[in-house]
Design a protein around this ligand. Structure first.
Ligand code: ZN
Length: 398
């Protein structure tokens, strides 16, 4: 059987609600992705495996969570790449390529996951102070790929990461309300181009590494706070086009399955994870928070603050009702239909089940990491960073 070429086209930090297939009101931002989704497998409950770019890619290329690499801290190059999606495909006779902007050199070093013979195609300039001059625009980047892949013999696999390195073109800022949306729209234009060029004979994988918080629960951006695990960060758009399967997968799926999916996408519609984890650490930080998805529930633990939250994401997708909050009176109606007059309250009939789930997830969370592996140096740095001393230092010197 002829091996089909594969393109992995990732879009940095694109929120699920900016993609029309997940939110009709955003169709004008992502008209191409929305159209492609209708011919593809759409994952409706894909859970990011990390909150920062390098962590997500290291995990999804390897099919493993960060804690399984035994990386002591973020960016620790304890080599995970002996076996990963690039080597899988190389073993299957594929040539492998990565096309990135020069500014992505450092994240790639942290990802530390490529094949034995992966060819790197760098675009743009790292040191040009003018980002817009120093970077190829998303459309230029995919045109570059398109032109160069024509010279490559099949079968091949290429990963390109689109990022808003340059200021969005005026036509995008004029048709959207924020710079963020304009950048998403510009990436979508590039996606439309590449899809048209390759749809005849190529499998394509479109997804973002993590999402982006726009002040949900006062959180902003993604992993830089290391405890930013709100839904807009952990829930990611994922669309797989293989020319055969079309439909929506509503199951919970961990992003660590991407490795398996790129290798063989035929089971995409049925794929399912019992548990999914989102790890959250940033450069020179250790694990201060973790999110666990299990059934309809999402549990978030902040180890350092000794705080946790539990949400029923099916009935409360915006994660407003923390089911384990002491501020909520957890009530049921009695057999006469009455309930105690204590406010505020939530009436549910599964509080016992919720308590069992809470205990179960809390136990998993507390045993997830081996904190003894964290070097003292990193512990010290984290302690200082979370203390008042650091705050004062920053105020004085910044
Ligand atoms: Zn990212």
């Amino acid at each position: 059987m002829k091996k089909i070429n594969k393109l992995l086209i990732t879009i940095d930090g694109v929120r699920k609600d900016r993609v029309g297939i997940y939110n009709k009101r955003s169709t004008y931002i992502t008209p191409n992705l929305t159209k492609i989704a209708k011919q593809s497998v759409v994952f409706n409950d894909m859970f990011a495996c990390g909150t920062s770019t390098a962590m997500c890619f290291a995990s999804l290329f390897n099919g493993q969570y960060q804690k399984d690499f035994q990386r002591k801290n973020f960016g620790d190059n304890n080599n995970p790449y002996k076996s990963n999606i690039f080597t899988d495909l190389e073993n299957g006779g594929y040539k492998t390529f990565i096309c990135l902007n020069k500014r992505f050199e450092y994240p790639l070093k942290l990802i530390n996951t490529i094949g034995r013979n992966t060819e790197l195609w760098w675009t743009g300039e790292k040191n040009n102070k003018n980002k817009s001059i120093g970077s190829l625009r998303p459309l230029e980047q995919v045109k570059y790929i398109s032109k160069n892949l024509k010279k490559i013999k099949d079968p091949y696999f290429l990963w390109v990461h689109l990022w808003g390195f340059s200021a969005p073109k005026k036509k995008f800022t004029l048709s959207t309300s924020t710079d963020y949306d304009a950048r998403v729209k510009e990436m979508d234009e590039a996606i439309g181009y590449i899809f048209k060029q390759f749809k005849k004979n190529t499998e394509m994988f479109f997804f973002s590494d993590h999402g982006y918080a726009l002040f949900e629960k006062d959180k902003w951006a993604y992993g830089k706070d290391a405890d930013n695990l709100v839904g807009s960060v952990t829930n990611v758009p994922t669309i797989i086009y293989n020319g055969k399967n079309i439909g929506i997968n509503n199951n919970l799926v961990s992003q660590t399955n991407i490795r398996k999916l790129i290798k063989n996408s035929s089971g995409a519609l049925k794929l399912k994870s019992e548990f999914a984890y989102c790890e959250s650490r940033y450069i020179e930080e250790y694990d201060i928070a973790l999110a666990i998805r299990y059934k309809n529930f999402k549990y978030i633990i902040e180890y350092n603050k000794r705080k946790s939250q539990l949400y029923d994401v099916k009935s409360d997708p915006d994660e407003n009702i923390n089911l384990i909050s002491s501020k909520i009176n957890k009530l049921r109606r009695d057999k006469f239909g009455n309930h105690p007059e204590i406010k505020p309250y939530i009436i549910r009939y599964d509080w016992t089940q919720i308590e069992i789930t809470h205990k179960k997830l809390d136990k998993i969370a507390k045993n997830f990491y081996d904190f003894s592996l964290i070097p003292n140096k990193v512990k010290m740095k984290n302690f200082i960073k979370s203390s008042k001393v650091y705050f004062i230092y920053k105020k004085i010197f910044n």
